[in-house]
Design a protein around this ligand. Structure first.
Ligand code: GTP
Length: 594
């Protein structure tokens, strides 16, 4: 145990976490040059394209210092707020953290929120200032920020360039010398914390764990505390670049377990692995992750419903955080109401459905979960506008609130505060990190962040502001259901739950947007927004005139069009609603309202 060091890297997006991890692997010979592949830790296609480490992984390195051999376990942490619970479990599996700060950017919102998480778990923090090779690096200013933030000495901040390979050895030495070896009792009942899992379609789910007490051995029976399920430890081992099987993984160490588990839901991040019969206690801090954002997913072709169901089932096998149930929409037919961890998660699922399963789907307006307190004393979760209860039966509606941390250059404070206030936010704190950089704390409804908040924040701050948030609870709000009608027919898939104070304006803007997005038809299309029976806005799309049509639909061309349409089928996201053709973008129009 004396020779083990467990650590993670915490950083804001793009500050160089993956690049630095590659360098550490290279330096310790875990990765030879031949194997060197850009950013090996992000090995999902999608991840690499998005440049975001979506799923945490772990990798073991051997390192020799002053004649002693050390085992260094690097536990990777996802870098996006959607996955913050996973970050907290990865952090809980470590004794230390490298805090990476970009020398040209300074501290950002995620640097701080992850740092707080690490401090809560008493991790030793090793500050690393990365990208010192950049001509516009500001090493002195950024060192000041780091010293202020964590209260370390200036000389404790390691200067590095992951790109040029500067400072890598200093970092490894600091990992060995500054981070404490793990504690734990090898003779106590087994307690191992699951911090991640990966789906393997051949061998079942690979479970990544950190042993807190006791030892786990190949072939023995193990039990997952939260689910009560028992399995046989068919294979255990350590993760180098590949999996290396071992006969046992001892206290303090990190490893993987394969036991033929087929369904991701049985493996919960944060759960405790123990031995049935002589059970170790559950490790504190376990939570069942809950979806934050809900949306309907429908096939473009109604006939593809069963195929979509099969694809969703397969997706769920390897993504335990995705939840769904069948839903029927008068407008879109049969589909699924899905719960996601956040907007990024939703995008990922949609993309995976298309790429891995070749489905073309329509996603409806995302919504957060509201709680309705009814007059009969019951509480109902509302995951879709159609579930809004009758006003006469509702005592009050509550919506989820978050605490948002925004870090920005001081010159953008004004516009940021007005943006947040417009999103029903209340400022709670304003803290200058340096004379030029300020940290703002707001409390605001999650529903306001789900829509285009982040894009707006970036644009008003010229890309300088960073955001991080976490849920703080539910609060009473005056929410109403806003309906949309096309030629008098209510289109349930276009409804949204909005705050009463904004409903009228929303209705107006939504109608304007829909007018832009819905193509002209041979007849007039009336778009109306209504709250209950009251129409709050109206737009009209005029009909295409006959003579224009005559030109387009001439003999040959019409045949060509048909052909083209056939080819495009499956890729064209249009749905026929009543007599009106509605494109996918229209279902997401709410997201584009200013
Ligand atoms: P996420 O996975 O998105 O959180 O990003 P990350 O923190 O892992 O950052 P990543 O390693 O992907 O690096 C982001 C960008 O910075 C890439 O374009 C890297 O090539 C670049 N980069 C990383 N380290 C350095 C460095 O030391 N110097 C310079 N100049 N660029 C660097």
């Amino acid at each position: 145990m004396e020779n083990i060091r467990n650590f993670c890297i915490i950083a804001h997006i793009d500050h160089g976490k993956s690049t630095l991890a590659d360098r550490l692997l290279e330096f310790t010979g875990t990765l030879t040059n031949r194997q060197m592949q850009a950013q090996v830790l992000d090995n999902m296609d999608l991840e690499r394209e998005k440049g975001i480490t979506i799923k945490a992984h772990a990798i073991q390195m051997n390192y020799k210092l002053d004649g002693k051999e050390y085992i260094l376990n690097l536990i990777d942490t996802p870098g996006h707020v959607d996955f913050s619970y996973e970050v907290s479990r990865s952090i809980a599996a470590c004794e230390g953290a490298l805090l990476i700060v970009d020398a040209s950017q300074g501290i950002e919102a995620q640097t701080i929120s992850n740092l707080y998480l690490a401090l809560e778990h008493d991790l030793e923090i090793i500050p690393v200032m990365n990208k010192i090779d950049l001509p516009h690096a500001m090493p002195e200013e950024v060192t000041d920020e780091i010293v202020d933030l964590i209260g370390c000495k200036r000389e404790d901040v390691i200067r590095a360039s992951a790109k040029e390979g500067i400072g890598i050895e200093d970092i490894l030495k600091a990992v060995v010398n500054r981070i404490k070896p793990p504690k734990g009792d090898p003779k106590a009942p087994l307690q191992a914390m699951i911090f991640d899992s990966v789906f393997n379609s051949f061998r079942g789910i690979e479970v990544y764990f950190r042993v807190i007490n006791g030892t786990i051995r190949k072939g023995e029976k193990v039990k997952f505390v939260s689910t009560g399920q028992e399995y046989n430890a068919d294979e255990i081992g350590v993760l180098k670049l590949e999996k290396q099987p071992r006969n046992e993984i001892g206290v303090g160490n990190v490893g993987y377990l394969i036991s033929g588990i087929k369904v991701a839901k049985e493996v919960k991040v944060g759960d405790t692995i123990t031995h049935p019969g002589q059970e170790g206690e559950a490790i504190k801090g376990f939570e069942n992750v809950k979806p934050m954002v809900f949306a309907g997913i429908y096939p473009v072709e109604t006939s593809e419903f069963e195929e979509l169901r099969a694809s969703m089932e397969k997706l769920q096998l390897n993504d335990a955080s995705l939840v769904w149930e069948p839903e029927t929409s008068a407008a879109l037919g049969f589909g699924f109401r899905c719960g996601f961890l956040g907007m990024l998660h939703m995008e990922i699922i949609q993309e995976r459905l298309e790429r891995e399963f070749n489905m073309t789907v329509i996603t409806t307006v995302p919504s957060v979960q509201f709680k309705a307190y009814l007059t009969d004393g019951t509480v109902q979760d509302i995951n879709a506008p159609s579930e809004m209860p009758d006003v006469t039966k509702t005592e009050r509606i509550e919506e989820p609130y978050i605490k948002a941390q925004i870090i920005s250059k001081a010159e953008y404070i004004g516009p940021i505060i007005s943006l947040c206030m417009d999103k029903r936010g209340v400022i709670k704190n304003q803290n200058y990190l340096t004379t030029d950089r300020v940290e703002l704390t707001f409390e605001m409804p999650l529903a306001e962040i789900v829509f285009d908040f982040f894009d707006k924040l970036k644009s008003i701050s010229r890309g300088y502001a960073s955001l991080d948030y976490h849920l703080i609870g539910f609060r009473e709000s005056d929410m109403v259901k806003l309906d949309v009608m096309l030629n008098g027919d209510r289109v349930d898939a276009l409804s949204a739950i909005v705050h009463r104070g904004k409903a009228q304006e929303w209705g107006r803007k939504l109608c304007e947007k829909l007018k832009e997005l819905i193509p002209r038809h041979m007849f007039e299309v009336a778009i109306q927004a209504a709250i209950g029976q009251k129409i709050v806005a109206r737009e009209t799309i005029s009909a295409i005139r006959k003579n224009v049509l005559a030109k387009c639909y001439g003999g040959d061309i019409s045949r060509k069009r048909k052909l083209l349409e056939k080819q495009k089928k499956g890729k064209k996201r249009m749905r026929q609603i009543g007599t009106v053709e509605v494109p996918q973008e229209a279902f997401m129009a709410v997201l584009k309202i200013d």
